[in-house]
Design a binder for this molecule. Sequence first.
Ligand code: ADP
Length: 499
Amino acid sequence: MKDYLLALDQGTTSSRAILFTSAGEVVATGQIPFRQHYPQPGWVEHDPLELLDSQLQAAAQCVAASGVAPGDIAALGLANQRETALLWEKATGQPVGRAIVWQCRRTAAFCTQLQEEGYTEAIRARTGLLPDAYFSGTKYRWLLDHIPGARRRAERGELLCGTVDSWLLWNLTGGTVHASDYSNCCRTLLFDIHRLGWDETLCQLLDVPQILLPRPVENSGDLGVVAPGVPHLEALAGLPIRGMAGDQQAALFGQGCFAPGQLKNTYGTGCFTLMNTGTAPVTSQNGLLTCVGWGLGGETTYVLEGSVFNAGSSIQWLRDELGLIEKASDCDVLAEQVPDNGGVYLVSAFTGLGAPYWDMYARGAVVGLTRGTTRAHLCRATLEGIAYQTADLIAAMERDAGQKIPALRADGGASVSDFLMQFQADLLGVPVERPAVVETTAWGAACLAGLGAGLWSSPQEIPRAGGGKIYTPKTDRSRAYAQWKRALERAKAWEEAEP
Ligand code: ADP
């Protein structure tokens, strides 16, 4: 019985694989970390062959540990770190240089130039994005301009480019499929999210020849099969590849946010909030991004996306820089020991503030300290600060989408904090739901693959694993919320010089 789905989750620091049953239970996992390269301050690179090898090994490890016969796996689905960009040789599959990672700021000056030359609105109208070094397009341009001979070879048709989804797919299929799914394409600055195709004007503006780019495809369907002779995956030759999505969109899908207005927040190092806005793209008035969530069966679902730059990282700061706690879970324990925050507010604007505030000159602030402030208050203020920033972001999304949210679905490392989840529900005034299986990214990839393999005929048929936890609003936090807004003002525009 082909009742299993293999999900690959190629992340920023490790490659993971999870084998699920079609009911959403985790059967086995595999995980292999890989190296980060920092050739200059602000630059981040990955070795494409190491990314690939770690991912293939993680998959092999997972399948071996599961004891499941490869013939019982219905399909493979892929989720990946988004925006990370690379070039490789069409004939040999050899990478041309390292991959430039999404975090890398090396193309910031070019993006500023695009803004100064007045391209921001044109870019936003077509792509839903802002000209920022975060996105892939300017990274391709950099590779073509800085790797000796690359541009000339690219123009001769000898090279291919892609984000990590297309790199993995190309390798899994033995170099036969060069495609990228809409959720990844839409993070490049080159993709028209309305027409669902590469935009020739933007390709020219960013100096990226279209012949290099992968073919844009839907997120579920026949993406190819695992080729014979893929290293570590010999036993999986012939396995259909049926789903593919960028990690945040995969998590939204894995959380079952199929209806307009539904949203999820991933509480990791930072927070990523994505709201399903239905089949029409919504333009934000608050600096949120408009992206493709997924394309399925000829229908495109759009999302609004925003992020809190520092969320779980502020708990790491309490632990690693201040030494106030030994492990992240201590933060929760201490926060529960005090009846309130003692008037203390912590704004984790360590690297400025993102949506909806957009203040790169903001810096972290702790306000309201008294002689009676304890580390428990600081821990509580840190968790509350994450929830306040998320609430502000969601309020902006509600304004943009013109609808109130019914509930928030949560995942990510910091979503294990009961205090944080309860406080978030109190602030939003709607339930916060945390699923039992928090591997929502991998599950989303598995779901897309399962749909493509015909295990279900629509997303609504996908089972939602029970056993999660629902936090319903209990306490009115409106007075504290007003205080938070004052604290935020203290943190804004702190840095005077160009950061
Ligand atoms: P990422 O994918 O961004 O690396 P994860 O989803 O793995 O992040 O989450 C890691 C974050 O979760 C860390 O920043 C850590 O501070 C936070 N975290 C882990 N355990 C807890 C906990 N018990 N309470 C609150 N935060 C936690």
